[in-house]
Design a protein around this ligand. Structure first.
Ligand SMILES: [Zn+2]
Length: 359
């Protein structure tokens, strides 16, 4: 066994050749940058490595190899530090890599241990903010910051709610995608949530694999105090509204002629009766907080509480004029703001903010 392990170590260094059994082949995923890939676990003689395969033509081949328990030899493999496990490398398989079946290897097929996701407290998560790592955490929902629609990395429009959750060590924003069934002041155990960085802060977000379950109340949490920097109060200086249409599979459709009975969704390549196409609204405003303009993204719930009307009944132009007719806005600072708005803020920084006489 020792000699086998040695052979693998040296081959890793020399030419990036790996042999082993394939496990846990994922579906094909599309990244934010439109790159398609899938992942799998390669069980080698002495360890298991996560593989990221960018040559999606090989997906079926990997699926069959997993089903048949037939070992593979992969050469021309790149490496990159693992996002899941500190100190380990992911194996990157691209179009130049060569993947072959091999008759046998010197070790037996065995199910790899389930990718172990660590239970962490919030302070531990904040002090090791490695992006895209998965964690389990138990915490109390202390505040609902925003609720509305959001667009996922796969360009699917989904319900989205952002909470502050807290445990005995710290608090952190958590975005929940999909149906939101959480109650304030209740304790939950969140399994398999993803750590992200947003505007320099650590935030948590649910993924398709996340499981949220209620749990018994723990001792106490840190006192979540809304300091003044968490409140935005000021005049609405600018507003921009985008009304998007959404197909029944929740894809964003860029152009819809509401008078036409049929609408095509490019994402699912499907023709829909236009009456099944719904609307979603996103609004960005700049709020004059006295010394600077702060960008804020308003979801449908906040816009409705501000204007007192169902936002879906208004056109983008009507939304903007109604918002600008409003004098002041006071709201909790949302944990997520759009990068586009952030850029605009940077551009506006040099511009002096003037009081508008007509208000
Ligand atoms: Zn669609």
């Amino acid at each position: 066994m020792a000699s086998v392990a040695k052979r693998f170590k040296s081959s890793e260094k020399e030419d990036g050749i790996y042999e082993g059994f394939v496990h846990q082949v994922s579906a094909v995923i599309e990244s934010a940058s439109k790159r398609r890939y899938f992942t799998a676990i390669l069980q080698q003689a002495d360890k298991c490595s996560r593989m990221v395969v960018f040559d999606v033509q090989k997906h079926n081949f990997f699926q069959c190899a997993e089903k048949d328990r037939s070992p593979l030899k992969v050469s021309g493999v790149g490496m990159s530090p693992s996002r899941q496990t500190a100190g380990q490398n992911d194996l990157l398989v691209n179009h130049r890599s060569i993947v072959n079946s091999v008759k046998r290897v010197d070790f037996l097929f065995s199910e790899p241990a389930q990718e172990s996701i660590q239970e962490k407290n919030i302070n531990e998560i904040l002090s090791d903010g490695r992006e895209f790592q998965k964690v389990n955490v138990t915490a109390k929902a202390v505040k609902l910051c925003e609720e509305g629609d959001g667009v996922t990395r796969q360009k699917v429009v989904m319900k989205k709610a952002t909470y502050i959750i807290a445990d005995a060590t710290a608090s952190v924003p958590l975005t929940i995608w999909g149906n939101n069934l959480m109650n304030i002041d209740c304790w939950y155990s969140f399994s398999n949530v993803s750590v992200r960085r947003y505007l320099g802060s650590t935030v948590l977000t649910t993924t398709a694999e996340t499981i949220i379950s209620t749990t018994v109340a723990q001792a106490t949490t840190v006192v979540f105090k809304e300091d003044s920097s968490e409140i935005i109060r000021g005049e609405i200086a600018s507003a921009e509204a985008k009304v998007v249409h959404v197909c029944p599979k929740r894809h964003e459709i860029t152009s819809v002629n509401v008078d036409s009975p049929i609408t095509r969704c490019e994402m699912c390549k499907t023709f829909w009766k236009t009456k099944y196409v719904t609307k979603s609204v996103s609004v960005e405003v700049m709020v004059d907080v006295g010394h600077k303009l702060v960008p804020v993204t308003l979801g449908t719930v906040l816009v409705k509480s501000l204007l007192g009307v169902d936002v879906l009944l208004l056109s983008a132009d009507d939304l903007v004029s109604s918002l600008l007719a409003h004098k002041m806005l006071q709201m909790p600072r949302p944990s997520k703001r759009s990068m586009a708005a952030k850029k605009r803020q940077a551009a506006l920084k040099s511009t002096e903010v003037k009081c508008c006489e007509e208000f």
